[in-house]
Design a binder for this molecule. Structure first.
Ligand SMILES: NC(=O)c1ccc[n+]([C@@H]2O[C@H](COP(=O)([O-])OP(=O)(O)OC[C@H]3O[C@@H](n4cnc5c(N)ncnc54)[C@H](O)[C@@H]3O)[C@@H](O)[C@H]2O)c1
Length: 360
């Protein structure tokens, strides 16, 4: 099979050697061997996946040179114990420097596998085969890899770019509705930031006019949608890989989202649901400060509603708890809470200049 040109090439401005391709399509899994051999010289592959995915795709990635490690399913396994389990397996297989780790799953699998690849023998090839919408539009691109600790989420990690991303969109057919919608929250996020990311896909309009096709998971529309998201993320990461400035715009909605996730112990909402609430919060804050027009505010709320990305906080959560959680976020600098706020369609600003009374 002849390998076509990548759908996207991610380049890192400061590290020209770190360019890598993203392929987005619906027959990638069955041709994975060809893609992997083209972009990696690995003799052996260690494929990390979980019980859910392997049950759904038992024949996927049965490659000549691959061994599998099948993890339990869940965010709670993105931890030190699993990190050790994966590295022990790699050591047991005697993986060498030119060999590769393959992440076959959602963001949990991608994050922990990437962190193992970044640290095993001080770094070996890492291949991302994302299977959730969230992972295809967000976590598999851009090189943030991490594990959780008792002190919080993603506190131990690295910036470590993959060699190759294979986003097989046919895997999205088996995602349950809640997980698909969770991914859509991160998708809609790109509509709010694309112009600040110096892109111009009119993604706000794209999302507004393809609601039914997207909800029905029509593959051609999903492919266009995922490609635009990856283009926007690639553009941001190209300019600012290590979040020293611009990359923070990818956190639109996330300041409040992280607080909600924390006070609800990461159990009540999925990450995307919390981000949807956080985007609404950012819109409300911008409206309160009169930095967006009523017209854009209403259009934005309407876009969130079209995808039913509207949620209520449990009544048991107090304002104080949320304020405290925001104050202890890893992105707080000099006790100032940082927000990404909308200014006009597709544009946001990063600001730490919000009065506590407004946040409350
Ligand atoms: N690295 C980054 O830049 C970045 C960005 C955003 C989120 N994240 C991380 O990503 C994680 C969340 O990722 P996620 O939302 O993909 O969650 P996840 O990996 O837990 O996957 C969600 C659920 O879907 C299942 N699943 C995966 N693929 C499936 C498929 N094709 N069909 C049916 N079920 C499938 C999984 O087994 C799991 O039960 C969090 O740990 C978060 O911190 C990382």
């Amino acid at each position: 099979m002849e390998i076509k040109n990548p759908d996207i090439k991610v380049n890192i401005n400061e590290k020209p050697a770190y360019s890598y391709p993203i392929f987005i399509g619906d027959n990638l899994l069955e041709n994975a061997q060809q893609y992997i051999s083209k972009y990696s010289n690995a003799n052996k592959l260690l494929v990390i996946t979980n019980e859910t995915i392997i049950n759904l795709y038992p024949n996927a990635l049965k490659l000549d040179n691959a061994e599998f490690l099948i993890l339990k399913d869940g965010e709670q396994y993105k931890n030190f114990e699993t990190y050790k389990q994966i590295l022990d397996k790699a050591l047991d297989m005697k993986l060498e420097r030119k060999d590769a780790f393959v992440a076959f799953g959602g963001g949990v699998i991608g994050d922990i596998t990437g962190f193992c690849a970044a640290t095993y023998l001080r770094g070996v090839d890492f291949i991302q085969i994302p299977t959730t919408l969230l992972a295809q539009v967000d976590s598999s691109v851009g090189g943030k890899v991490a594990i959780n600790t008792d002190y919080g989420k993603n506190l131990i990690g690295a910036f470590y770019q993959p060699k190759l991303v294979l986003a097989d969109i046919s895997t999205l057919k088996t995602l349950d509705n809640r997980q698909f919608k969770t991914g859509l929250a991160e998708v809609v996020k790109y509509a709010f930031i694309e112009k600040t990311a110096m892109c111009n896909f009119n993604f706000f309009e794209f999302m507004g006019s393809n609601v039914n096709a997207i909800k029905n998971r029509e593959l051609d529309v999903l492919k266009d949608m995922i490609k635009i998201c990856c283009e926007i993320k690639a553009k941001v990461v190209n300019i600012d890989e290590q979040e020293k400035g611009l990359r923070a715009i990818l956190n639109f909605g996330h300041t409040y989202a992280h607080a909600i996730e924390k006070v609800t112990n990461y159990t009540h909402f999925t990450h995307g649901e919390a981000v949807a609430i956080g985007m609404r919060f950012a819109l409300d804050l911008a409206k309160l400060r009169k930095t967006i027009t009523d017209e854009y505010y209403n259009a934005s709320i309407n876009l969130l509603s079209k995808y039913a990305l509207t949620y209520l906080l449990p009544a048991s959560i107090s304002q104080d708890e949320l304020m405290q959680a925001m104050m202890f976020d890893k992105k707080v600098v000099d006790k100032k809470i940082r927000f990404v706020l909308p200014t006009e369609k597709g544009k946001v600003i990063i600001t730490s200049d919000i009065e506590v009374k407004n946040i409350r």
